[in-house]
Design a protein. Structure first.
Length: 767
């Protein structure tokens, strides 16, 4: 092929006449057609730069002519004869290759060939000896095969008409009798016998057809209307004009030179068009896809693995056997109800749920190293949510806040609904009333706007001491009553300020995946030791994590924080990732709405209940990712199969926020060239997703789930968990809630409890 920089010059010297009906191969089935598209030169009008297809029958000739012309002399005076000589040699070589190709393994008839090969393999059958040298089939099963190619005889391949050379013609195709079918002039015009030009051949490039080709009075192609609902024109640069969308693929990019000529069109299937034709990205070999049997086998493994997790009996952890079982929540703003006003869970759901003081949060909610009970007295009060200002004062009438929705108040947190679900479900599991069963004390020690370093033991200020102080106060209360206490659950939801470390908001916080894991493990270990020293408990508490995501996600860190949180769940005995943050309703600044926080907490309650009963847990998460050619198969751990696509909440989309159908479903890829998305995404089993890449990867391939650039920190994949939530979506006018929180489809209904796929960046291995 000609060098890209000399394409337009060398095309002027490519002169030849080709018989468009007699060149091999004539491909029949779609799979082989796609697999050989890289070798089929769908000619793009060379000099005018307008894309213009020819039939598949002339494709091999177009490439042969380009190869020969490049090898020929550059002299204009010798161009025609050089091309003629080269073309004759190419035809002879082609004939020889056909003869050599069809000799070995050629069968007498189709049934004989089919019986000799395995499913998916190709075989050849001898042709009629006149025009057809061989027929190639692919076996489907023992009784069926499909014709995929016909190979012309050497006599036909040599019948290339070289009798005419027109210096003004770049390419001309004639039929067997020498009549001109069409020709491409050196000035880029394309002339045909009948107009408009058929568009069938465009499928090889676009994956769909061109619905209409518009030409001017000189037969220059002036625009293409594509079956994707768009049209492009070359004049004055790249211009995309919206048309009523139908379906199908469109070019992913069009590059033009200073004169407005198209020099390259990048296609979704990885190929790109230049004035010399179709340059194909490397395609997988024929049959290099995952078979139904392979998919089914791996799906069965995933189902077995997922069930084994739930069936595994957990023993080495602290169960709720104390008189007062303490539930600690720690982290930053998305754990403590920052801006998630108003408090919604203001009515006690069951007896036996308590808090330290008049709120789950201390009066010094935004700062301080002590847990100062709201209201002043260190006493246990029935659990209920409230709305607090920055001084820790409880706001009884929240209606004035309706006109100040951008203000900073603390409202509903994840802690209230987590505790209520755990308490009630433990009672019901024991066939008791909701008021019976273990008693729980809830304390939320979180401080908004802090990194894991800020929250760790020994930081300055030592915010970690809020935990020690709260547990010490509850211990003193229990001792005074002659009762026992211990911590059974440690909920940690933080990571936003570590994702933001690069921007200076995280006070120098690490963004490194391994470093974050080390720091969080140390924090949890310190809490285990210090709490045991206070309560005297011998067994470790369960730690549940939320996964940082949505608008806080940072691709430049390789999704480091979210990936670290998932790995902590997979690598440690008593640490589990409950769920990601991204699906739930948030405000435009990415902090939960009151409903979003309560909905989020319901999932923590479910996981806490399962684990404190001794059942193990892992979230919906990627188990394995493999690639074969340009096909990637993803296997997932699925708590409640089958998987399906849902609609995560996306606040940044507009002023109202909405649940969105992500076009990339949460998936993207990155290799040594850069990030890109799949051209096709399909759920193929109860636990698997199949993706098609637009090109072959360069170097190592990684898959990203819920990345920022392509998916806004969110993903669409969820399972089919049909658990009935104990809380319902609530909205009331003049109740510190904006009109955007009035979501009619949810109002009054229990929160859906589908589990959403965990975010992260993962290795894709070659299969």
């Amino acid at each position: 092929m000609a060098d890209t920089g000399t394409t337009r010059l060398s095309q002027k010297q490519r002169v030849g006449t080709f018989n468009g009906r007699e060149l091999l191969p004539i491909v029949r089935d779609g799979e082989t057609f796609a697999g050989t598209a890289q070798d089929l030169a769908e000619f793009v009008a060379p000099l005018a730069g307008q894309a213009a297809p020819v039939t598949q029958e002339a494709i091999a000739a177009a490439n042969a002519a380009a190869e020969s012309a490049d090898a020929a002399t550059i002299s204009n005076s010798l161009a025609a004869s050089a091309a003629k000589s080269a073309e004759s040699s190419a035809a002879a070589a082609q004939a020889a290759s056909v003869a050599a190709l069809i000799q070995p393994g050629v069968y007498a008839d189709e049934p004989t060939g089919r019986a000799a090969v395995a499913d998916g393999q190709a075989f050849k059958v001898q042709g009629d000896g006149d025009k057809i040298a061989a027929l190639e089939y692919r076996r489907i099963d023992a009784s069926h095969s499909v014709l995929i190619a016909e190979y012309p005889s050497a006599q036909i391949a040599l019948a290339v008409d070289m009798s005419y050379v027109d210096p003004d013609t770049a390419f001309r195709r004639v039929d067997e009798d020498g009549y001109v079918l069409d020709e491409v002039k050196a000035n880029g015009a394309w002339r045909t016998v009948n107009w408009p030009i058929g568009t069938r051949a465009w499928r090889a490039i676009f994956g769909t057809e061109v619905t209409r080709i518009v030409v001017d009075e000189e037969n220059f192609i002036s625009s293409l209307e594509m079956d994707g609902g768009v049209m492009f024109r070359p004049e004055g640069g790249t211009r995309w004009i919206e048309w009523p969308a139908i379906a199908g693929s469109i070019p992913t990019g069009v590059s033009m030179d200073m004169d407005g000529f198209i020099v390259r069109m990048d296609m979704p299937d990885g190929t790109f068009l230049t004035p010399r034709g179709v340059i194909g990205a490397e395609l997988p070999p024929s049959g290099a896809v995952y078979t139904r049997a392979e998919i089914d086998a791996r799906n069965a493994e995933n189902l077995t693995y997922s069930q084994a997790i739930k069936s595994r009996l957990m023993t080495n952890f602290q169960r709720p056997v104390f008189d007062y079982n303490i539930l600690i929540t720690y982290g930053q703003s998305l754990c403590n109800g920052y801006r998630a006003f108003p408090g919604l869970s203001t009515v006690l759901r069951a007896a036996g749920l308590f808090m330290l003081g008049g709120s789950i949060r201390p009066a010094n909610v935004a700062s301080g190293t002590q847990f100062i009970p709201t209201g002043g007295a260190s006493e246990l009060k029935p659990l209920q949510s409230c709305t607090q200002d920055s001084n820790g004062q409880i706001i009884e009438d929240v209606s004035p806040l309706t006109s100040q929705l951008g203000g900073v108040w603390w409202g509903e947190s994840l802690s209230e609904s987590e505790a209520a679900f755990l308490k009630i479900m433990m009672a019901r599991a024991a066939n008791q009333s909701d008021d019976a069963g273990p008693q729980f004390v809830v304390v939320n020690c979180g401080v908004d706007g802090k990194s894991v370093e800020d929250l760790s033991k020994g930081a300055n200020p030592n915010l970690y001491d809020r935990i020690v102080d709260a547990v010490s106060q509850i211990k003193a209360i229990a001792t005074a009553q002659g009762k026992t206490c211990g911590v059974t659950l440690f909920t940690y939801n933080q990571g936003e300020w570590n994702y933001y470390g690069a921007n200076g908001f995280g006070n120098g916080a690490t963004q490194d995946r391994a470093a974050y894991k080390t720091l969080l493990l140390r924090l949890i270990s310190d809490a285990q030791s210090d709490i045991a020293a206070i309560t005297g408990q011998k067994l470790p508490f369960i730690t549940l994590l939320g996964q940082t995501g949505a608008g806080f996600t940072r691709d430049e860190t390789n999704l480091s924080i979210g990936t670290a949180q998932l790995e902590l769940s997979q690598e440690n005995e008593n640490i589990r990732l409950a769920c990601p943050e991204y699906p739930y309703p948030v405000k435009p600044d990415w902090h939960f709405t009151a409903n979003g926080a309560r909905w989020f907490g319901c999932h923590f309650g479910e996981v806490a209940f399962r684990m404190l009963r001794g059942e193990d847990w892992q979230p919906l998460s990627l188990r394995k990712a493999t690639r074969r050619g340009r096909t990637v198969l993803l296997d997932f751990t699925v708590p409640a199969p089958p998987i399906k696509f849902g609609l995560p909440f996306y606040a940044e989309l507009n002023s109202t926020g909405t649940f969105v159908d992500l076009p990339n479903k949460g998936f993207s890829f990155i290799d040594s060239i850069g990030a890109f998305t799949a051209t096709d995404i399909e759920i193929v089993s109860e636990t698997q997703v199949l993706l098609t890449l637009p090109r072959n990867p360069n170097g190592s391939l990684m898959i990203r789930i819920a990345d920022a650039a392509n998916n806004f920190g969110r993903a669409s994949l969820q399972d089919s968990n049909d658990l009935h939530a104990l809380e319902s979506y609530y909205y009331a006018d003049n109740h510190a809630m904006g009109p955007t929180e009035n979501i009619a489809s949810l109002l009054g209904h229990p929160y859906p409890m589908n589990h959403w796929v965990a975010a992260g960046q993962f290795v894709v291995t070659s299969d």
